[in-house]
Ligand binder design. Structure first.
Ligand code: FAD
Length: 405
């Protein structure tokens, strides 16, 4: 974060934050705690966050322990083989996170602001921060149309009783990614024998057939487990009906009763634009979270980075400095873009080989691959480690996918 001194204008607030998702709320709360005068604007400032947010436990920073709704001590990754990841994964209790980020001294306004109105807040606050997320005007794109061809992570999940989910978890405490191809409704051919299946069902549209998807199976506490079929990245995003059908076939194949799958406790639909918002924040306005460049373009995750950014940015603003940008471009971004290209282009077999190689990495390399904070050197080490562990048959595909235009 590069910074300049704050302009000496007479304004009512030190900081205005537009949007109260994880990025905006964390920043507003941290600024308030440091004694800055803060204004926030959100259409529904009190609304509880609804997505199921997961972070690595070590990323919780100064948040209190009660923000963890459930924890998986040793999540697993399955691809060709079974890999136990020695890192605790935490699902957040969103209400507890919101409580842990109070807005006690903050002026709160309800409203939905367009770019011009966000810019106009510069008359009221020394620093204006756009935390309106990836789609400030609703719809899939900021402009509104529903035919967004840009890369997106999509997922369809159901919450079921833990006893019923056991068969789906297949002995794992939690499944971070289970890339096996039994979503076809057939026995997976990608276990220890490595023979592989093409990984599609004949009913699927041709564009979907080459796309690998994985099962995310995470206990939520309170005797509930989330089972989610996820396409890490596709352009355009893999349609939800395809994911719903894959999840159903996979779970029935693993022995879950149809009644449990078709009548779950809750459902979750995920759509994450991998590159965040497709246009910059208004002039003179800082952008944080998915409204800026806060998301990891390889994983789609941004919450942990938003919490960390809030601490750093609030500290800087409290000194009277104004950063010219949050998350300035770094060399590691080019590597993550290359990683995203690989995810978008690799077919099922290559994706399985890639994540099998990920599972074999030492934990610090896995951490670097997953982290939004990793520098270019660490990330290159992780990516090279994966390449080196892939079988020859997929290395050429990965090189083509990553290096091609
Ligand atoms: C279902 C789901 C599950 C996810 N799971 C994870 C996960 O496990 N881990 C992870 O790291 N990431 C996850 N993500 C991705 C990403 O981290 C989240 O999308 C996260 O919510 C982004 O935070 P944000 O604060 O940048 O934006 P948002 O959460 O989108 O918040 C934006 C805020 O701005 C407000 N707003 C929008 N438009 C306007 C406007 N015009 N004027 C004023 N206010 C406005 C909104 O009401 C909202 O409160 C998930 C996403 C989804 C959809």
């Amino acid at each position: 974060m590069s910074s300049a001194p704050r302009p000496s204008r007479t304004v009512r607030h030190d900081v205005a934050v537009v949007g109260l998702g994880p990025a905006g709320r964390a920043l507003a709360s941290r600024c308030d705690a440091l004694g800055l005068s803060v204004l926030v604007v959100d259409p529904r400032p009190e609304a509880p966050w609804t997505p199921t947010y997961g972070v690595w436990a070590e990323q919780l920073g100064s948040l209190p322990p009660d923000v963890v709704r459930s924890a998986v001590l040793r999540p697993e990754l399955r691809a060709r083989g079974r890999h136990v990841l020695p890192r605790e994964y935490a699902v957040l209790d969103n209400a507890a996170v919101q409580r842990a980020l109070p807005l006690a001294g903050v002026e709160v306004r309800a409203g939905r602001l367009d770019d011009e109105q966000v810019s106009a807040l510069r008359r009221e606050a020394g620093v204006v921060v756009d935390a309106r997320g990836a789609r400030p005007l609703g719809g899939r794109r900021p402009e509104g149309p529903q035919d967004d061809p840009s890369p997106a992570q999509t997922a369809y999940g159901i919450v079921v009783p833990a006893a019923e989910a056991a068969a789906a978890l297949d002995g794992a405490e939690g499944l971070l990614m289970d890339w096996r191809t039994d979503h076809t409704g057939r026995r997976t051919g990608t276990g220890t024998d490595g023979s592989g299946e093409t990984g599609h069902h004949p009913d699927e549209p041709p564009t979907a057939r080459a796309r690998a998807t994985f099962l995310y199976g995470i206990p939520l506490g309170g005797d509930e487990v989330l089972l989610e079929e996820t396409c890490l990245a596709a352009a355009p995003g893999l349609p939800i009906p395809v994911l719903r059908a894959r999840l159903r076939r996979r779970l029935l194949h693993r022995g879950l009763p149809a009644g449990v799958v078709d009548d779950p406790i809750r459902r979750e639909v995920v759509r994450i634009p991998m590159r965040g918002r497709s246009r910059p924040a208004p002039d003179g306005v800082l952008a944080v979270g998915t409204g800026g460049r806060g998301a990891n373009v390889v994983t789609g995750y941004s919450v942990a980075h938003a919490l960390l950014t809030a601490d750093r940015l609030a500290g800087l603003l409290a000194t009277g400095a104004v950063p010219t940008r949050v998350d300035p471009p770094e060399a590691s971004d080019l590597l993550r873009e290359a990683g995203l290209r690989a995810l978008l282009r690799l077919r099922v077999e290559g994706t399985l080989d890639l994540f099998d190689a990920f599972g074999q990495l030492p934990v610090e390399r896995q951490r670097a691959f997953w982290s939004r904070e990793a520098g270019a050197g660490e990330l290159a080490g992780a990516m090279w480690g994966m390449f080196a562990r892939m079988p020859n048959r997929s290395r050429a595909d990965l090189a083509r996918a990553t290096l091609g235009p």
